[in-house]
Design a protein around this ligand. Structure first.
Ligand code: ADP
Length: 296
């Protein structure tokens, strides 16, 4: 089984002709409210593929929290680990202009209250999970506690987004660490970044993870481990909206690893899942079923 530990946000989206400057008020479209947050997105993406998936997260005792719980349950995610209360549900306030450029304010809310103690209280979820997938929209202490709570033989997958420098204990547990170019550069900090994605992957691997995956958008991905560095071809599609592609990719990869796939095989499958997701508008609504991935 797959356990996702991470954020759940309500995405509040308004289309505008022009994003407002300081002190300015602009009129926009009707408000659209979508379930989002990297943790919630990954759990839905995995469940839609057919993975037995649980989510450990925290939402507020409010309408946004109920929206998130409903969307998880509708996708078939086990929500016994979704804790309620402590702060309002996390929110992303998003304005989008006609060219697709956006401005976003995130209020972490309840995500910031998902505590190490909540991880310890979820021991039975950890015991039942072959793979635990985490991102960084929750406190770093909570991520450290996840690493310490892994069941024997279970695998830790981390997408460090939004990126920040990571303690050695967390880096050493990653199998794999999944980064895009921006995340790779932040994790590497001042150390030599190198010229090519292969360079980033090798330098990241030297920082301690057991394996590394670098995602390259329309260029596909590459995987790196002690066995070497392998390119994963992308699938050519007409991209309409890349929102959530990284979450779909990570969820698919984590699930496939749990079923016993080798890293390169799992990444090739994940690239197909990411490719379907970019052919559709939105995040959670864009995630494919296994049959839709098969049909690609
Ligand atoms: P992130 O959103 O985290 O930056 P990417 O944009 O690299 O992640 O997307 C994750 C994966 O989704 C890519 O590695 C690739 O396999 C797939 N993908 C993303 N964009 C495209 C695209 N335009 N065409 C085909 N596949 C894509």
């Amino acid at each position: 089984d797959l356990l996702v530990v991470g954020s759940a946000n309500a995405d509040l989206v308004i289309g505008v002709e022009r994003r407002p400057a300081a002190g300015e008020t602009v009129l926009g479209s009707d408000l659209a409210v979508h379930p989002g947050g990297k943790g919630a997105n990954q759990a839905v993406a995995a469940a839609r593929l057919g993975a037995r998936t649980a989510l450990l997260a925290r939402v507020g005792d409010d309408a946004h929290g109920r929206l998130l719980l409903d969307s998880q349950r509708a996708a078939g995610v086990d929500t016994v680990g979704v804790l309620v209360g402590g702060a309002p549900t996390g929110v992303a306030l998003i304005t989008v202009d006609p060219s697709g450029d956006n401005s976003i304010v995130v209020s972490p809310g309840a995500n910031g209250r998902l505590a190490a103690q909540d991880v310890r209280a979820a021991a039975s979820l950890f015991q039942a999970s072959k793979v635990v997938s985490v991102q960084l929209e929750i406190p770093l202490e909570t991520v450290v506690e996840v690493v310490r709570s892994l069941a024997d033989g279970s695998r830790f997958v981390l997408n460090p987004s939004p990126p920040r420098p990571l303690p050695a204990e967390v880096l050493a547990a990653c199998d794999p660490l999944i980064v895009n170019e921006h995340e790779a550069k932040v994790i590497l900090g001042d150390s030599a970044v190198g010229e090519t994605p292969e360079d980033w992957a090798r330098i990241l691997l030297a920082k301690g993870p057991r394996s590394v995956v670098v995602t390259l958008g329309a260029e596909g991905a590459l995987v790196a481990s002690a066995q070497g560095v392998t390119r994963i071809a992308s699938v050519r599609v007409d991209a309409v909206d890349t929102t959530g592609a990284g979450d779909a990719f990570t969820a698919a990869l984590a699930w496939k690893l749990g079923t016993g796939s080798a890293l390169a095989e799992a990444a090739a499958y994940a690239a197909r899942v990411g490719a379907v997701a970019v052919t559709r508008q939105g995040a959670q609504v864009s995630f494919p079923t296994a049959a839709e991935v098969e049909a690609l």
